[in-house]
Ligand binder design. Sequence first.
Ligand SMILES: Cc1ncc(COP(=O)(O)O)c(C=O)c1O
Length: 422
Amino acid sequence: MGDGMASEQLLHQAVATTRPDWYAARQQMLLDPTVTMLNTGSFGPLPRPVFDRVTQLRRQLAAGPTDFFLRQAPPLLWAARVHTAAFLGTIPERLVFTANVTAAINLVASSLRLASPGEILMSDHEYGAMIWCWQRVGQRQGLRIRTFPVQTMTTDPGAIVEAATQAMNRRTRLLFFSHVLSPTGLVLPAKELCAEARRRGILTVVDGAHAPVYVPLNVTEVNADFYAGNLHKWLLAPTGAGFLVIGAGNEDRLQPLQVSWGYYPDRYPIGEVTAAAGPDARDAYGSTPRIRFLEFEGTRDLCPWLTVSTAIDFQAQYGFENIRRRIAELAEYTRRTLGGQVGLPLASSPAPGLSGAMTAFALPAAVSAAALRRELWQQRVEIPVIERPERLLVRVSHHFYTTEAEIDRLAEVLRQLLPPSR
Ligand SMILES: Cc1ncc(COP(=O)(O)O)c(C=O)c1O
């Protein structure tokens, strides 16, 4: 398997010279105009071309399921794999499509056998469900879970690497961290963290739930043993699109979560069986035997995966660097409005390179999370109130389609709802 970066990725990182009309771009989004939607960090809405494509594919599936699954889908699946791999900075032979990042991380966690006694190391800002996933590994395999502290307002990526390396020791078997932290949107220096772990013989699993589009991602450069992510958040692909990239040297480490027809690649009894020329050669199903072994989980809706190319092309027309520049402008506006005008303490790093499309603020201690969530939604404001051990946060997501008027409306609603003495 070669690891050369496809030139297509360079194309996707290219900077368009003219500034896009962001208000026209927003008209492409199928957003409910009665809602102030500031939660792309949890679930991405769909642009019209993405919705149209996935709907068209589902119509084809509905009209002729056998023809769709056996004849139409395989070349489309391979094309999606090639395009998505180039976008992520990897090769199609390493890219496993999954339903979401949770499935991808569970696939890795349920497969790995780690030497016991030992430790799994992670940051102290990981996503709750993924902490549980690794806790189960710890319980089953006799491993302790340890965390390293991250100062979420840091402006120094070196300090994050330092905190992680100080926590690594001879018992550390695996390092797990989010490329972008969910509660505050802090971007961790993934490449440097993986390099430090690798130097010490520690396996690395990166949760890139938010990373595609949020950062200029090149998975090969990050060089994790396993890199998992979501395409349904910032890439705005349909729900049901996630991925796992298998790092070099880890090709034989995984077992499928669900055993299906990919388990014995040369024994599928329906359709035309063509023996692939080796585990990494393209097969008749839009995969390779190695990928299909992990990816094929029985009959399922493939349409979200087949639509990822449309989602990539949709944002590529504006230029990903332009999109990230617009996001940075909105981050600045959000800091000025909620921090400066409303007076909420900023909880996210403002540093370029460490910040992005999610900006969090601390809420006053007297606030009830449940009551505030209810009241925000009564005002048709969609935004998460996040309970961290140290304090309550409100997390603003701002993608290219977010408007200053929406941030102003959030500020107005928070002024009404929060206690006056802050
Ligand atoms: C850091 C992180 N990991 C994992 C997940 C889980 O994502 P999904 O439910 O799409 O698998 C999320 C979702 O917000 C997340 O923020």
